[in-house]
Design a protein around this ligand. Structure first.
Ligand SMILES: [Zn+2]
Length: 289
C-alpha cells in the first residue's frame, strides 16, 4: 500500500501511437474510434479521484476486440509506454522496481489495468491506467475491485495520508509462540482510511504479512538471542527494535509491514523472556529477510 505521482508527458499521444502501429481492418477500426477514445481518456483524468464511479461506454464487439488487442499484442509503441512507466517509477521510488505497490512484499512482474480492459477496452494502453504489480495481486484484482466501491488504491491518483495506518498487534499463545495480527483501525470511519482498509482486505494483506512476518520474526528473535547471550533487558529490547525501525528507508512509505511489526514487538515486553529462553546459536547463516 503505497502511492506515487504520475509524471508522464502526453500519455494520450503515446497510446495513439499503438493505434497507428496496427495494420489492415484493425487499424481502420481503431482510427474510427480515436475521437471517442480521446473523450474517454479526458473523462478518466477528470474523474481520477473517483474512477470507481466512471460508467462504461458502449463499443461494438469488433471495436472492443481491436482496443483490447492493442495491449494483448506486443508492439514497439506499447513497449515504449511500459518503458516510460518504469522510468517514472525509477525516478520517484526505485524501491517499487522490486516491490509491487499493492502489497509491498512481492516482485512486480505484470501490469494491472486499474479499470479492467475487458470492461474498459479504451484504456487498454492508456498509461495512467497501467500499474506495474505482482502476479498475485493482479489475479486477486482481476476484473473487479473498482466497481461502485473502490477497493484498490490507484497508485498514481489516490493520495494516502502521511501517517502510519497499519498496525500489528503481537501477543503470545499458551506455548509462548508469537501471534501477529495486522490491521488498519478506523474508529472514526475516515474516508481515506476506509480506502486503505478496503485495499488491505481485498488483497488479503493480513494473511500475506503474517506469512512474511513469521520468517522475519524467527530470525530477528534468534539474532537478539545471539547478540545478548547473557540475556536482554526490556529496555535494550525496545532500543534495539527502535534502532532497526529507524533504519527502514522512507521509500517504503508509511504503511510498511516490517515497520508495523517492529512497533508491535516493542509494545509487547513479554517477548523478552521468549528471547532469553532461546539457545544462542552461532552461525553465519542468520540473515534478516
Ligand atoms: Zn502485489
Amino acid at each position: 500500500m503505497i502511492n506515487m505521482k504520475f509524471k508522464i508527458s502526453a500519455p494520450s499521444k503515446a497510446s495513439f501511437k499503438v493505434f497507428k502501429s496496427k495494420s489492415g481492418a484493425r487499424k481502420t477500426v481503431l482510427q474510427n474510434a480515436v475521437n471517442s477514445v480521446k473523450t474517454r481518456k479526458a473523462l478518466y483524468l477528470s474523474n481520477r479521484s473517483c474512477l470507481h464511479t466512471l460508467r462504461r461506454t458502449t463499443y461494438s464487439g469488433v471495436q472492443s476486440a481491436a482496443l483490447e488487442h492493442c495491449y494483448d499484442s506486443s508492439t514497439n509503441a506499447l513497449v515504449e509506454i511500459k518503458v516510460s512507466l518504469i522510468k517514472n517509477i525509477k525516478t520517484q521510488n526505485e524501491y517499487l522496481l522490486s516491490k509491487c505497490p499493492y502489497c509491498l512484499v512481492r516482485e512486480p512482474s505484470t501490469w494491472d489495468h486499474y479499470l479492467p480492459k475487458a470492461k474498459y477496452p479504451e484504456y487498454s494502453v492508456f498509461s495512467p491506467n497501467l500499474i506495474r504489480v505482482c502476479d498475485v495481486c493482479n489475479r486477486k484484482k482481476s476484473d473487479g475491485l473498482v466497481q461502485n466501491t473502490k477497493e484498490a488504491i490507484h497508485t498514481y491518483f489516490d493520495k494516502l495520508p502521511n501517517t502510519e495506518l497499519l498496525v500489528c498487534d503481537v501477543t503470545l499463545d499458551n506455548a509462548n509462540i508469537p501471534i501477529m495480527n495486522f490491521n488498519v483501525p478506523n474508529p472514526t470511519n475516515n474516508t481515506q482510511i476506509t480506502l486503505v482498509q478496503n485495499h488491505f482486505n481485498a488483497f488479503d494483506l493480513a494473511e500475506t504479512y503474517i506469512d512474511y512476518a513469521k520468517d522475519y520474526l524467527s530470525v530477528l528473535l534468534q539474532e537478539f538471542a545471539n547478540k545478548f547471550p547473557t540475556g536482554i533487558t526490556a529496555q535494550i529490547y525496545k532500543q534495539e527494535l527502535i534502532f532497526i525501525h529507524n533504519q527502514i528507508p522512507m521509500n517504503r512509505g508509511y504503511n510498511y509491514w516490517q515497520a508495523a511489526l517492529l512497533k508491535g514487538l516493542a509494545r509487547n515486553l513479554n517477548l523478552v523472556s521468549v528471547i532469553n529462553n532461546l539457545q544462542c546459536v552461532h552461525s553465519n547463516n542468520w540473515k534478516r529477510v
